[in-house]
Design a protein around this ligand. Structure first.
Ligand SMILES: Nc1ncnc2c1ncn2[C@@H]1O[C@H](COP(=O)(O)OP(=O)(O)OP(=O)(O)O)[C@@H](O)[C@H]1O
Length: 311
């Protein structure tokens, strides 16, 4: 039996509460590997970061995020200081995807939550990158947040806002597809200035820019099919000036990762990105499925900054 100090941070509300209902079985399976497992249940948004920081300060070797991508994102936040540096580089973030989308886990091979637990103890720890995004929150304050999966801007932020307002009654890919169709009907392209790395600024009519450390978002859309979590770079996938019917065309292709090249959709590898709205544009952010604020934003990669255990 392992002597590692393991803490599970569990979001009982993930997947509209279905995550909480599955938890007793997952806990039993986790305890077969880690009998001394400590469990902390989240009570509100943002709580997973606080619980993680407390666990790591007390010497946890691994904090397992049990929830959706939002919970994994918040657990990652608990590792970091206010500037986004990892305060606990020797500790490890574990993931049991038990939420609605489970998008980060998909690139490692989609598994049911119980199967993930059964494979987690044997999974290798890998050193991966994470991203930092600086943006403006809804109160107008400058914020820095981290992501291990994906940040995107444009129509995806509107999709999140619609999913969040709806209370996610379908709790699945169907909820995202429905919200995506509603967002497409409301969407207007937004004028922005975009700069990759230290290249020239480009003015464009933004439909969507995905920046992937992981590959999937929106409950199964394979938006960044070439992204690798340890490459030191993000995959940038850009839709510029798309009309509604072409957004629908891209969406359909995106589930199979066949959208690159469709109507000029570009894919690049980048390590820094800056987006500034022009002419009063409102450019909403999607951060691992949450909608925390808007552009102007800058994004950068922290290479090999995190130890990760995922089945
Ligand atoms: N006890 C709680 N009550 C209400 N909300 C919570 C609670 N704990 C966490 N949350 C919030 O629930 C939101 C959704 O969580 P999470 O992303 O883990 O699940 P999900 O949305 O079902 O999955 P996914 O992101 O994979 O689609 C997050 O914003 C998180 O902060």
């Amino acid at each position: 039996m392992s002597k590692e100090r393991i803490v599970a941070v569990v979001n009982p509300k993930a997947s509209n509460g279905a995550g909480g209902k599955r938890w007793p079985k997952l806990e039993k399976a986790l305890r077969e590997h880690w009998p001394e497992l400590e469990v902390r249940m989240t009570e509100r948004q943002g709580h997973a970061s606080t619980l993680t920081a407390e666990a790591l300060e007390r010497g946890a070797d691994m904090v397992i995020a049990v929830g959706g991508d939002g919970t994994t994102n918040e657990v990652l936040g608990g590792f970091l200081d206010a500037e986004g540096r990892n305060r606990f580089p020797d500790a490890c973030l574990g993931v049991v995807a038990n939420g609605t989308g489970g998008d980060f886990q998909r690139m490692f091979g989609a598994l049911a939550p119980l199967a993930q637990v059964q494979r987690l103890a044997a999974a290798n720890i890998r050193t991966v990158d994470y991203g930092l995004v600086r943006f403006v929150d809804h109160e107008g304050e400058a914020r820095t947040r981290a992501f291990v999966n994906m940040v995107s801007v444009g129509i995806s932020g509107l999709v999140d806002a619609i999913v969040n307002d709806s209370g996610r009654p379908l709790g699945s890919t169907a909820a995202y597809v429905g919200a995506s169709l509603e967002a497409i009907s409301k969407w207007r392209n937004q004028p922005v200035t975009l700069r990759y790395d230290d290249g020239d600024a480009q003015e464009l009519d933004l439909t969507l820019l995905c920046l992937g450390n992981g590959q999937y978002f929106g409950a199964g859309m394979h938006a960044c099919p070439n992204a690798e979590v340890d490459s030191g770079q993000l995959e940038a996938v850009l839709l510029d000036g798309f009309r509604r019917r072409h957004i629908v065309g891209a969406l359909g292709r995106c589930f199979k990762g066949k959208h690159i090249g469709y109507r000029g959709i570009e894919s690049k590898t980048v390590s820094k990105v800056q987006i500034d709205p022009r002419e009063g544009a409102e450019v909403l952010i999607d951060l691992d499925g949450e909608q925390p604020g808007k552009a102007p934003l800058s994004v950068e990669v922290v290479h090999a900054g995190l130890r990760l255990r995922i089945a």
